[in-house]
Design a protein around this ligand. Structure first.
Ligand code: TAP
Length: 450
């Protein structure tokens, strides 16, 4: 069976990719297990050297990887270049880990006690289509650094950059079969990662629904699991904020990657006393978002990933929707949807569900308690922003919002050096940051009697 890869900007066929069967997945997992044994025994400095060379190989292929993501995912080329650079940075950062995975010596009676961080073995990474290469690297880089092998299943729609990354790893000196990318259906390859007992951990990024299913499957073998799931993040703007700055940046907090971002601030909460002024400022900012050809360096927003997804996003904006204003989008072929600002009721479907498209809802709030209450009135808890000039309020609200990643007076969510992940049904476990390699190890305690 093959998957047809379509360019979202114009609907043309880019290429086809072979989809793996269950039997092929099992073969890949067995090969990975064999490669892992030698990798775990290699000197930490040698593992570090190969990962640094992998980072260099990615650095040398930034333009190529960016062009692939433009064609496969419709990401604007400037952003795709940034994503490839992020993969390089993640690899460089975790290249330091093999030589820093220290255990502890713990004082005990009658001998000496030492802990070791042992690799798990084979790790299965399952990625979504929205940020194919960056999210892949959050799994494979720390897993390899900690001495594991990785089998990675990319989303059906967007396998091309992951496939190229595996080739670059091999060219850089990773042992054969240590890092394999296995395109295929989630219900075949992804499901097999969960049921095959040789895979000791699943790192899954995707929808909460599939995440729940995977976690239940992992429970059968007490398989380790990290879940990065959906979001419905709030961007809270207080009356004392720099309103110009808050309004100018709000579109980029939600429309980046055409809103196909788990961290999208798809609910903007504005203190009632400045609501009208904020909307006046927001309108030109939204109309100013440059939507169009992803291969153009000045483009800020591209198309949605696929026709099915476009139809789902459009279902959140029926003819009688409370549209405040919209930006523009090209017509013609391709899967285009304009940046859209709604003013729905707090209990509307669009206010509750993850849209994963360029649609944002704006709501007035009365006071700090009301803002926190509404920000938390969701099953999700991934990201969020708080705009205020009052530092004490910034700290108070950041502590009160039930979310894994908050930003005061900015919309930044992801840095490779800081932990990332969700509260509530946005996920389980953390990726990135200094502790990520530990999530790919089990602690072994050894007591030496003396
Ligand atoms: P999903 O439909 O959940 O798919 C994610 C991945 O899981 C795909 O590779 C998919 O394969 C695979 N899959 C599907 N069914 C499976 C099964 N039964 N067993 C194992 N694997 C299976 O999500 P999506 O539509 O690609 O991505 C959008 C969602 O991801 C959104 O909810 C978004 O918020 C979330 N997301 C979260 C984050 C973080 S970091 N929290 C980051 C990005 C995206 P196929 O492609 O073959 O279906």
């Amino acid at each position: 069976m093959t998957h047809t890869i379509v360019n979202p900007a114009d609907g043309t066929v880019v290429t086809t990719v072979d989809a793996a069967t269950v039997e092929e997945t099992d073969v890949a997992i067995e090969r990975a297990a064999r490669a892992q044994r030698d990798w775990a025994r290699a000197a930490p400095a040698d593992r570090a050297k190969v990962l640094r060379r992998f980072a260099d190989a990615v650095d040398g292929a930034l333009e190529e990887l960016a062009a692939l993501e433009v064609a496969n995912s419709g990401h604007p080329v400037g952003q795709a270049r940034g994503e490839a650079g992020h993969v390089r940075n993640v690899l460089e950062y975790y290249a330091a880990a093999p030589e820093r995975l220290s255990g502890r010596q713990i004082p005990v009676a009658g001998g000496m006690d030492v802990t070791f961080h042992e690799p798990l073995g084979v790790v299965g990474v399952i990625t979504p289509w929205n940020f194919p290469m960056t999210i892949a690297s959050w799994g494979f880089a720390p897993a390899l650094a900690a001495g594991n092998a990785v089998v990675l299943k990319p989303a059906e729609w967007t396998p091309l950059t992951s496939l190229r990354l595996a080739e670059l790893g091999l060219e850089a000196g990773l042992p054969e079969h240590l890092f394999q990318v296995i395109p295929g259906k989630g219900s075949v390859v992804g499901e097999r990662f969960v049921t095959n007992e040789t895979v000791r951990k699943i790192v899954f990024t995707g929808s909460t629904e599939v995440g729940r299913h995977i976690m239940a499957g992992c429970a059968a073998q007490v398989k380790r699991v990290t879940l990065e799931l959906g979001g419905k993040s709030a961007n809270i703007v207080f009356a004392d904020a720099d309103l110009e700055q808050a309004a100018a940046t709000a579109p980029y907090g939600v429309f980046e990657n055409a809103g196909q971002d788990c961290c999208a601030r798809s609910r903007i909460l504005v203190e009632r006393s400045v609501y009208d002024r904020f909307m006046e400022l927001l309108e030109p900012a939204v109309r100013g978002v440059k939507v169009g050809d992803p291969a153009d360096d000045t483009t800020e927003m591209g198309p949605l990933v696929a026709r099915e997804h476009l139809e789902r996003v459009a279902s959140f904006v029926p003819d009688d929707a409370d549209v405040a204003f919209r930006g523009t989008a090209p017509g013609g072929p391709g899967f285009w949807f304009p940046p859209t600002v709604l003013t729905p009721a707090r209990d509307a479907r669009v206010a509750r569900e993850e849209v994963f498209g360029p649609v944002v809802s704006v709501f007035p709030f009365d006071d700090e308690a009301d803002a926190v209450r509404f920000a938390n009135a969701t099953e999700y808890g991934l990201s969020g922003s708080i705009w205020t000039r009052d530092l004490s309020r910034g700290i108070r609200v950041a502590r009160a919002v039930e979310s894994g990643n908050l930003s005061v007076n900015s919309h930044s969510s992801v840095r490779y050096a800081t932990p990332f992940g969700g509260f509530k049904q946005s996920g389980l476990g953390r990726e990135l940051g200094p502790d990520a390699p530990l999530a790919f190890t089990d602690t072994k305690n050894v007591f030496f009697a003396v």
